[in-house]
Design a protein around this ligand. Structure first.
Ligand SMILES: Nc1ncnc2c1ncn2[C@@H]1O[C@H](COP(=O)(O)OP(=O)(O)OP(=O)(O)O)[C@@H](O)[C@H]1O
Length: 259
C-alpha cells in the first residue's frame, strides 16, 4: 500500500488508524479481493486485487474497453462481482450507497430540475429538512463557482457548468467516496483544465476517497496519488505518483508502456 503523504490535493496524510474503516465522514477504504467482473458470460476483469486507502485519489487509466467503467460500477455497487469480494469500509458492497457518490461524463442531471434542486437531490433522498438542504446546496453552488445560476435549468448551462453542478451534487451530502467516470472527457481543453483545478480545490475541503477514471495520462498525473493501469483482463500496475517533474516524466513513460 502506498503512502499518500504526498497527496495531490494537499490534504493531510491518511491516519493509519482510519485505514480500514474509520469514523463517519472519513474517507472510505476499498478492497477488491480476487474480484471477477463482467456481463453475462463475458469476463471483463479477472482476479482483481486492489486496495484504495481512505482519502486517496486513485486514478484508473486503460485502453478503451479495458474495464475502467466496469470497475467503477462495481465499486458503486451497480455491478455485483461474479467472483471474489468487494469491500467498502470493511463491509461487502451489495448495492449503491449514499456514502459513495458518482459523477459521470454525461452530466446525469435531471433536466426539469433547477441547478439548486439538482444539487439538493441527495439530501432530499436522505430526508434532510428543506431549509437545511437549501443552505447546503447554495453553499456548494457557490463553491463550484455557480453563484447566480441556482434557478437555471441544466439546458441553460454550458457543458463545463453542468459538470460543476454534478460535482456540487456529488459532494453536497459529504460522501465518504466519490467515483468519477471520465467527468471531464467531453469538455474542451481550457474548461477541462479549469475543472481539474476546481476538483483539486474542492477535494482539499473533504476527506473523501476518490476513484477517477480517465483516458488522459496527463490528467491522471495531475490528480492522482496513485495510478492504476488496466490491461487486457486485469490491473497491470498500480503506481505511486511522485512529486517532481523528472519523476513524473519517468512515470508518464512507465504508464504509456503499460497501456
Ligand atoms: N452493460 C454492458 N453489457 C455488456 N457488456 C458491457 C456492458 N458495459 C460494458 N460492456 C463491455 O465490457 C467491456 C469493458 O467496458 P468498459 O465500459 O468498462 O470499458 P472502459 O475501459 O471504461 O472503456 P471506455 O474507455 O471506452 O469507456 C467492453 O468490452 C464493453 O463492451
Amino acid at each position: 500500500m502506498t503512502s499518500v503523504a504526498e497527496n495531490a490535493t494537499g490534504r493531510a496524510p491518511v491516519d493509519e488508524a482510519r485505514r480500514e474503516d474509520g469514523a463517519a465522514g472519513a474517507g472510505l477504504a476499498f478492497r477488491l479481493e480476487r474480484a471477477g467482473l463482467g456481463y453475462g458470460r463475458d469476463a471483463v476483469l479477472r482476479d482483481v486485487e486492489l486496495e484504495v486507502a481512505p482519502g486517496e485519489v486513485l486514478v484508473v487509466v486503460g485502453a478503451s474497453g479495458s474495464g475502467k467503467s466496469t470497475l467503477l460500477r462495481a465499486l458503486a455497487g451497480l455491478l455485483p462481482p461474479r467472483e471474489g469480494r468487494i469491500l467498502a469500509g470493511g463491509r461487502e458492497v451489495t448495492g449503491p450507497s449514499a456514502d459513495r457518490a458518482m459523477v459521470f461524463q454525461d452530466d446525469g442531471l435531471l433536466p426539469w430540475r433547477s441547478v439548486r434542486r439538482n444539487v439538493e437531490l441527495p439530501l432530499r433522498i436522505r430526508g434532510v429538512p428543506r431549509g437545511e438542504r437549501g443552505r447546503a446546496a447554495q453553499e456548494w453552488i457557490e463553491k463550484v463557482g455557480l453563484a447566480g445560476f441556482a434557478r437555471h435549468l441544466p439546458r441553460e448551462l454550458s457543458g463545463g457548468m453542468r459538470q460543476r453542478v454534478q460535482l456540487a451534487r456529488a459532494l453536497v451530502g459529504a460522501p465518504r467516496a466519490v467515483l468519477m467516470d471520465e467527468p471531464f472527457g467531453a469538455l474542451d481543453a481550457q474548461t477541462r483544465a479549469e475543472m481539474q483545478r476546481l476538483l483539486l480545490e474542492v477535494l482539499r475541503e473533504t476527506s473523501a476517497t476518490v476513484v477517477f477514471v480517465t483516458h488522459d495520462v496527463e490528467e491522471a498525473l495531475l490528480l492522482a496519488d496513485r495510478v492504476a493501469v488496466l490491461g487486457r483482463t486485469g490491473v497491470r500496475a498500480v503506481l505511486d505518483v511522485p512529486p517532481g517533474d523528472d519523476a513524473r516524466t519517468n512515470l508518464r513513460e512507465r504508464i504509456l508502456e503499460e497501456l
